[in-house]
Design a binder for this molecule. Structure first.
Ligand code: 5GP
Ligand code: ZN
Length: 116
């Protein structure tokens, strides 16, 4: 199911272009339009889910799949040896600005901890 006014659903349907690095039946990954690191990829479910807070037991396999896709992309992007970070922002305090669940994959430079 896609949500009509959702930016990332429009990327899933191809109505908004994106630099796609991975796609399968359930998951899409594309480069962030405003990268915060040399490699910054967003991994999303094709099904519209507002956020991690909306995820239910039925999405257990999907969430595991998203994590493994992120790991494979990291490997393909050459981030294996140097390491990388995966982040899911949730809600206002988490800094979530797009209300379609997405996992950030960031790498290619040393990342500070904790984030601001
Ligand atoms: P959030 O702040 O919700 O965790 O992350 C949303 C991310 O989506 C941000 O890093 C932002 O740069 C990215 N973004 C917003 N609009 C677009 C877009 O139209 N295309 C792409 N590729 N990324 C976008
Ligand atoms: Zn959506």
């Amino acid at each position: 199911m896609v949500a009509k006014e959702c930016l990332f659903c429009k990327i899933v349907t191809g109505d908004i272009p994106a630099d796609v690095v991975y796609s399968d039946d359930d998951v899409l990954a594309f480069r962030d339009i405003n990268p915060r690191a040399p490699i910054h990829v967003l991994v999303i479910p094709k099904e519209h889910l507002d956020s991690l807070a909306s995820v239910a037991d039925e999405h257990r396999d999907l969430m595991g799949h998203i994590m493994l896709v992120a790991r494979e992309i990291a490997k393909d992007e050459g981030l294996g040896p140097s390491g990388y970070r995966t982040v899911i922002n949730v809600g206002v305090d988490g800094g979530q600005t797009v209300q379609h669940l997405h996992l950030h994959l960031l790498g290619g430079r040393a990342l500070r901890w904790p984030p601001g």
